[in-house]
Design a binder for this molecule. Structure first.
Ligand SMILES: C[S@@+](CC[C@H](N)C(=O)[O-])C[C@H]1O[C@@H](n2cnc3c(N)ncnc32)[C@H](O)[C@@H]1O
Ligand SMILES: [Zn+2]
Length: 228
């Protein structure tokens, strides 16, 4: 409405002048046409109305994100193999690893995953304190390397030792696999023979410090193996 009043006011003043002025009035009548840009204003208002349309891409964004994220998750769930082990308190020591299903003899039950470090690093980081009961998360890979179960490790690091084990370790291409030595029933604790070898003599005191509580009939009383 304000724009309409302005258009009428301008030609009204010029119509009261001479013919020339009237002639000029014609073009001056055009002036209001020039005012048309003001009419454009409402057209400009269209983009303003379109402003909400600009918002539409914002609405589109979540639409794109939602379905793309869902699809791979569903695929991952389908591909995930069932877990055959779980970690819980052990009657032998601290936490242990247990079978959740029957596991046949001769199968790879779990891989022992952990950060690979050198023995030199292990000696620096984990000095053995003779005054304390032993505890180690180190798994020997070879003469130079060891897997450090304190770092980036999976649940296999909780597997306890037994002198009558139902599993054994097998090192293939630098990877450590825990394999079943016999059929294992669901609920049984998994274990293997640590067969630890110290650089120092396996004295009775050291054997006690590395004492075994596996409870098997043939328990040798220590986690230490026979010294070569
Ligand atoms: C890699 S950890 C095994 C997880 C351990 N149960 C825990 O909760 O930390 C190895 C340590 O567990 C203890 N351990 C494992 N088997 C054992 C056994 N048969 N008797 C006594 N202690 C044992 C020893 O202290 C050993 O150094
Ligand atoms: Zn034992």
């Amino acid at each position: 409405m304000a724009n309409a009043k302005k258009r009428t006011q301008t030609p009204a003043k010029k119509s009261a002048t001479k013919k020339a002025a009237a002639k000029k009035a014609a073009p001056k009548k055009a002036a209001p046409k020039k005012v048309s840009p003001k009419e454009v204003a409402p057209k400009k208002a269209i983009p303003k109305k379109a402003a909400p349309k600009k918002a539409s891409p914002k609405k589109a964004a979540p639409k794109k994100a939602a379905p793309k994220k869902v699809a791979p998750k569903k695929a991952a769930r389908v591909a995930a193999p069932p877990r055959r082990t779980l970690v819980r308190r052990s009657p032998i020591h601290g936490r242990g690893v247990f079978a959740t299903v029957d596991i046949p003899k001769g199968e790879r039950v779990i891989e022992y995953k952990a950060r690979k470090i050198t023995w030199a690093q292990a000696d620096r980081w984990y000095a053995d304190d003779d005054s304390k009961p032993s505890h180690t998360f180190l798994f020997t890979l070879d003469d130079k390397y060891v897997l450090d179960g304190n770092k980036d490790a999976n649940s296999a690091r909780w597997i306890n030792h037994s002198c009558n084990p139902n599993c054994e370790s097998d090192i293939v291409d630098g990877r450590i696999w825990i394999e079943s030595l016999r059929n294992i029933k669901a609920g049984e604790e998994l274990n293997y023979d640590y067969n630890i070898t110290l650089e120092t003599p396996h004295t009775p005191a050291e054997k006690r410090r590395w004492g075994c509580r596996c409870g098997s009939k043939n328990c040798r009383g220590t986690l230490l193996g026979k010294k070569r």
